[in-house]
Write a protein that binds this ligand. Structure first.
Ligand SMILES: Nc1nc2c(ncn2[C@@H]2O[C@H](COP(=O)(O)OP(=O)(O)O)[C@@H](O)[C@H]2O)c(=O)[nH]1
Ligand SMILES: [Mg+2]
Length: 508
């Protein structure tokens, strides 16, 4: 796990230009709405299906602006990996290929602004530090029966983020094809593909984009080979070309605020249209509740009030999202420092808490074990004491009996009989005690094994936690630290690019 974190961190820093990279590395951005198959395609290309941690790191960014104010309520959602950016590396013809998994624009407005902010931030920082995107894979589910608003929104955002000049570096990858090439479903999907080409993607295809089908396959190896073929094909096409995405040019070269970029405008228009419909609804809610009376009227009022406050909350949220988009790259970057460090500290605290819990669990188990073994020893000692006492009593009796032997023959016979019975009784008692002892030893053995397992788990967890903490500290040092120092001192690429564009005055 910690090893994965290190790999992801290295990929992350490489993409941002904060770590040395092979000059012929290839970067492919993977976009598309949630559920279009991005993570699966990447997993099939890289052979990795455990890609989670990179999402954790980058989710710091996504949780940055409005979301942190919202506290922890959608922690699991953010952590689930659908809501964050992650970077994976694979090799092709001795070259490094980085696949950048991105979240879709299909949530609430607030989250879409966060997604755009994060994408704009990452893409711009890496561009400012001379890392270029070679191509974009945009995934589209051909199985969807209609092009809904969410699909349209994702398409529009992708077009606006890439810009016409980069259309030649975009491939639309259609996923989720029916495997029965003679069935009705497949025929419908083919006609949907045509509709896509003729209507929704017409401008992109004109601009040099292409459509590639990711065939639905029966087996895992067939699916992997289809994914790998797509990667091969796109690698061959783009390996020696570099694309400047429109958002990169707008934010770095032109130093526009996010709101004034093409993608920002698309999102702003979308949010404003939501605002308008909210306001219309709010107005309509003000109308008296018709002809109902009494209890009915009261329930209607409660419903109206609930909806009213819900709409007001959404309006406020949207306004806040629009405010966020007023920031320039440098402002976003500065603002992000505190968020990022806070988030990393939270992650580190979580890991350390887990370690502490494990240590406590181990301590308690160890105490229990010691307690048990002390108790057993005490029991054994007491038993021995009793044995000794019995022996002493017997021996005293024997001495007395011997001295009285002459006179007490009858007593001697009784004692002899008793002596005959005694060993049998003693044997029974000692067999019982032996059984108890064995059981207790068995329990101890199990406990010892458990303790040993716990000890080794604890040791591993300690090492992992230390390694994860070291790794995140490295991100803080190598990414946030230097780049942000660069922002203030004018030392690094991000500022360098702004100087190149004659924007130093804006920076200061
Ligand atoms: N039938 C089919 N299912 C797919 C395909 N690609 C992905 N899936 C499934 O679709 C779901 C969403 O895929 P995922 O890769 O998580 O989408 P993402 O949100 O874009 O990353 C998962 O359950 C995948 O197993 C495909 O080509 N065909
Ligand atoms: Mg995903």
């Amino acid at each position: 796990m910690s090893n994965l974190l290190e790999i992801e961190t290295a990929n992350f820093l490489t993409f941002l230009g904060a770590q040395r990279l092979k000059p012929d590395s290839v970067f492919l951005l993977v976009m598309g709405m949630t559920g279009s198959g991005k993570s699966s395609l990447i997993a099939d290309c890289t052979g990795r299906d455990d890609a989670q941690i990179g999402h954790d790191l980058a989710s710091c960014e996504l949780r940055g602006f409005s979301e942190l104010q919202q506290n922890e309520q959608d922690e699991t959602n953010t952590r689930a990996g659908t809501n964050s950016i992650a970077i994976f590396r694979t090799g092709l013809h001795d070259r490094d290929v980085y696949l950048i998994d991105t979240p879709g624009f299909d949530d609430t407005n607030r989250e879409d602004v966060d997604v755009l902010t994060a994408l704009a931030h990452y893409l711009s920082v890496s561009y400012a530090n001379n890392v270029s995107i070679n191509g974009v894979l945009y995934l589209h589910r051909i199985s969807d029966t209609r092009i809904g608003s969410s699909t349209r929104r994702n398409l529009e955002m992708m077009k606006a983020l890439c810009g016409e000049d980069a259309f030649g570096n975009v491939a639309i990858v259609t996923t989720m094809w029916s495997s029965d090439h003679f069935g009705i479903e497949y025929a419908k999907q083919c006609s949907r593909e045509k509709e896509l080409r003729d209507i929704y993607l017409h401008d992109m295809l004109e601009g040099g984009s292409r459509i590639v089908n990711h065939n639905q396959c029966q087996t895992l190896s067939q699916r992997r080979s289809s994914a790998r073929n797509i990667l091969d094909m796109m690698f061959d096409t783009w390996k020696d070309t570099k694309a400047t995405l429109k958002i990169q040019h707008e934010m770095v070269d032109l130093n526009l605020t996010l709101k004034r970029t093409s993608a920002g405008k698309v999102l702003e228009e979308e949010i404003k249209s939501h605002q308008r419909s909210f306001e219309r609804e709010l107005k309509a809610l003000g109308v008296p509740g018709g002809r109902c009376e009494g209890q009915q009227r009261r329930s209607a009022d409660v419903l109206l009030e609930t909806r009213d406050s819900e709409i007001r909350r959404m309006l406020a949220e949207n306004n806040q999202a629009l405010d966020t988009m007023r920031l320039s790259l440098l402002e976003i970057h500065k603002k992000q420092e505190r968020r990022f460090i806070e988030q990393v500290s939270m992650m580190q605290k979580e890991w350390k808490d887990t370690l502490r819990e494990k240590e406590e669990e181990y301590r308690l188990k160890d105490l229990e074990y010691r307690n048990r073994s002390l108790y057993r020893q005490e029991k054994e000692i007491n038993q021995r004491k009793r044995d000794i006492q019995e022996l002493q009593t017997n021996s005293r009796r024997l001495v007395a009996t011997e001295s009285a032997l002459e006179y007490e023959r009858e007593t001697f016979r009784d004692l002899a009989r008793q002596g005959h019975r005694q060993p049998v009784e003693l044997q029974q008692v000692s067999r019982f005690q032996h059984g108890e002892l064995m059981k207790s030893k068995q329990r101890d053995k199990l406990l010892e094994e458990e303790l040993e397992k716990l000890r080794s788990e604890l040791e591993t967890l300690r090492e992992e936690t230390q390694s994860k903490v070291d790794t995140t500290e490295k991100v803080k040092r190598e990414w946030v630290g230097p780049l942000l120092q660069g922002v203030t001192t004018g030392g690094l690429g991000l500022v360098g690019a702004c100087i190149t564009a004659g924007m130093l005055c804006c920076v200061q």
